[in-house]
Design a protein around this ligand. Sequence first.
Ligand SMILES: NC(=O)c1ccc[n+]([C@@H]2O[C@H](COP(=O)([O-])OP(=O)(O)OC[C@H]3O[C@@H](n4cnc5c(N)ncnc54)[C@H](OP(=O)(O)O)[C@@H]3O)[C@@H](O)[C@H]2O)c1
Length: 175
Amino acid sequence: MNNPYPLTAVVAMARNRVIGDGEKLLWHLPGDLPRVKALTMGRPLIMGRRTYLSIGRPLPGRGTIVLTRQSDWSAEGVITADDLDDAIAKAAAWIDADSSREKEIIIFGGGEIYAAFLPRTDRIDLTEIDLAPEGDATFPELNQAEWREVGRDDRPAEDGVPAHAFVQLERVKVS
Ligand SMILES: NC(=O)c1ccc[n+]([C@@H]2O[C@H](COP(=O)([O-])OP(=O)(O)OC[C@H]3O[C@@H](n4cnc5c(N)ncnc54)[C@H](OP(=O)(O)O)[C@@H]3O)[C@@H](O)[C@H]2O)c1
């Protein structure tokens, strides 16, 4: 199935590809939260149930679509989906319900969800953090032939904040 709107993964990843350990925050980057807010506002977020539980509530101004295989799982303000096509269809319906919404679907994690959607992902907004923490959730390896870096903003380590970079990747179009 073709995507009705572009799919953009928004992720923060350490240099060992770790994105989380299922419990605590692995880093604190003061600039990252406002950036994630700006990248996601007015858009539907597709996330796995474990990521939703780590956030704990729907994020205001955005659609929250949670993938789960448990037919009896629900949470207030959350749209549930039971497979990838269902999640994309519900994200598109959320966009179509209000003309002021942005025409982009955000893949919001975690590791299982990034991996499952990667073949259909068009863009990646990546925050690379110069740390290598332990953790069980990771961002999948990218085939370098399929992705092109179109933007990079490097930030040096400063005041206890690790060096990091804001990177934009686009899927290479095959003609
Ligand atoms: N650094 C970042 O940018 C970032 C972003 C997001 C998350 N995270 C971190 O990532 C970690 C969570 O990642 P995770 O891989 O453990 O879990 P996850 O991807 O958030 O969620 C996994 C769950 O999603 C559901 N699911 C997965 N594939 C499905 C499919 N094809 N169809 C229907 N449901 C499906 C299942 O829920 P059921 O078990 O209910 O069936 C599965 O247990 C946390 O540590 C979180 O903090 C980091």
